[in-house]
Design a protein around this ligand. Structure first.
Ligand code: IMP
Ligand code: MG
Length: 186
């Protein structure tokens, strides 16, 4: 049975549901189980990359069966456009002391990979015991740099997406599902 996908209109852009709330939450539970197993006996610091990853981080830590700590970093590469500016600005640095700790960076989406590359360098310079990356989404074929993401929720097409933390001009982060851009009517 092929039900028509739920659509959403924003200005002159048409979006279609890509991942439902149920699909997202089920995958997060799986990731939580894997991470709990991999970090058994350890207390990792999960570092959420603001703003996009705040919902994912909140849901992910509630699926963990191990102890963990939480910290946030805010960087910006996007401005209000739909394509990355490529330039990364630090807006809020870590609060925790990362030295000698097991760090898991929590990202909403990996697009060009420049954010991940920047974070990898910056965190490694702080001498953590280990460093891994988890991203809810990764865009196929979009990376401009070589990448190694340890835990990936979903591999998606190289199209603009919104919802579940991801914004368009700072809005629509509060959607429970993730929507993909299908048409531009301008
Ligand atoms: P990067 O290009 O891999 O450095 O990704 C930078 C950041 O841009 C991601 O962490 C997201 O916050 C944001 N981003 C990338 N692709 C999208 C998208 O399709 N929708 C909304 N935000 C995005
Ligand atoms: Mg992000």
């Amino acid at each position: 049975m092929n039900e028509p996908k739920q659509r959403l209109q924003l200005e002159d852009l048409t979006f279609e549901v890509l991942l439902t709330e149920e699909q997202i939450q089920a995958r997060i539970r799986e990731l939580g189980e894997i991470i709990s197993r991999d970090y058994e006996g350890k207390v990792p610091i999960l570092v959420g990359v603001l703003n996009g990853a705040f919902l994912f981080l909140a849901d992910l830590i509630r699926t963990l069966s191990i102890d963990c700590e939480v910290d946030f970093i805010k960087i910006s590469s996007y401005g209000d456009a739909r394509v990355s500016s490529g330039e990364i600005t630090m807006i809020k640095d870590f609060s925790a002391d990362l030295r000698g700790r097991d760090i898991i960076v929590v990202e909403d989406i990996v697009d060009s990979g420049l954010s991940v590359q920047y974070l990898k360098r910056r965190i490694n310079s702080m001498r953590p015991a280990s460093l891994k990356f988890v991203s809810l989404l990764i865009k196929k074929g979009a990376a401009k740099v070589e990448l190694d993401i340890d835990y990936v929720g979903f591999e998606i097409e190289n199209k603009f997406v919104i919802g579940y933390g991801l914004d368009y001009k700072q809005k629509k982060r509060n959607l429970k599902a993730i929507y993909q851009l299908v048409e531009e009517n301008s």
